[in-house]
Design a protein around this ligand. Structure first.
Ligand code: ARG
Length: 260
């Protein structure tokens, strides 16, 4: 009996010591390790996101995300991936949020939640100088058989694939995992046109001789940040974003990358 009591006392005492230590180390962790904010993006889309001269991530989305992380006191971690993987990695919680010149669409709203919009985009068409394609309508002309390149799963892809499926155009589509690949294919004459958002279109045309953007716009859209459905982050990030829009920070970042 005595022995049993002693053992019990020792067990209880060591449990207490363990509990105290566990408590301490848990507290320590909370106080020192700053929480991460993991951003899923596809860094092939200047001026929204691309890889800078020193291998660092640069662009409007990266700087807005950094400003949000600063406001929330979190450490921004950029995860670069194919555009096609962004929505699923956000929806599955692998990344905390997605920013990629990402257009708000009803279909995407079925798998992710969106913040307020912080920018707008217009789908544009890039062709080689002197192309027979003079306006967007030429892609929809009777018997048109142009090869049109898009980045996989982008709205350009969704719209044009839809138009082909609906029999509105007899052109064909080539889907590329990266925007850069689509542009390289166009520059080397493998395809006849690329549908891509207007600001990246301007950046790519500036960086590649012999390409021009058609005057006619294809479609207008809103860019926003994507979150897992019901994510606790949505509200705090959105609040930070709205403050950054209201105090002019977002405009300042945009103006740094896009000449008025
Ligand atoms: N705005 C288009 C979309 O949401 C294209 C975005 C492509 N973004 C990128 N980082 N490559 O579908």
């Amino acid at each position: 009996m005595k022995m049993a009591k002693k053992i019990l006392a020792v067990v209880l005492a060591s449990m207490f010591v363990l509990a105290v230590f566990a408590g301490c180390s848990a507290n320590k962790e909370e106080n020192t390790a700053s929480e991460k904010l993991v951003l899923a993006t596809s860094a092939d889309f200047p001026p929204y996101e691309s890889i800078g001269e020193n291998g660092e991530y640069v662009g409007i989305d990266i700087e807005v995300a950094q400003a949000i992380a600063d406001k929330l006191g979190k450490e921004l971690v950029v995860e670069n991936m194919d555009f096609d993987s962004i929505i699923s990695s956000v929806a599955s919680g692998k990344a905390d949020m997605g920013m990629a010149g990402l257009t708000v669409t009803d279909e995407r709203k079925e798998s992710v939640d969106f913040s307020s919009s912080y920018a707008t985009g217009i789908q544009a068409v890039i062709v080689p100088e002197g192309s027979d394609i003079k306006t967007v309508d030429d892609l929809y002309a009777d018997g048109a058989s142009y090869k049109v390149g898009v980045q996989l799963s982008t709205t350009g892809d969704i719209y044009f694939s839809g138009d082909i499926a609906d029999g509105l155009t007899s052109c064909t589509i080539e889907e590329y995992t990266s925007a850069q690949e689509a542009i390289s294919s166009l520059a080397t004459g493998k395809i006849d046109a690329v549908i891509i958002d207007n600001e990246p279109a301007k950046s790519y045309v500036a960086a590649n001789d012999g390409l021009v953007i058609l005057d006619t716009k294809y479609a207008e859209e809103d860019y926003a940040i994507a979150f897992a459905k019901g994510s606790a982050l949505t509200e705090e990030v959105n609040k930070a974003l709205e403050e950054l829009i209201a105090d002019g920070t977002v405009k300042q970042i945009v103006d740094k990358y896009i000449a008025a």
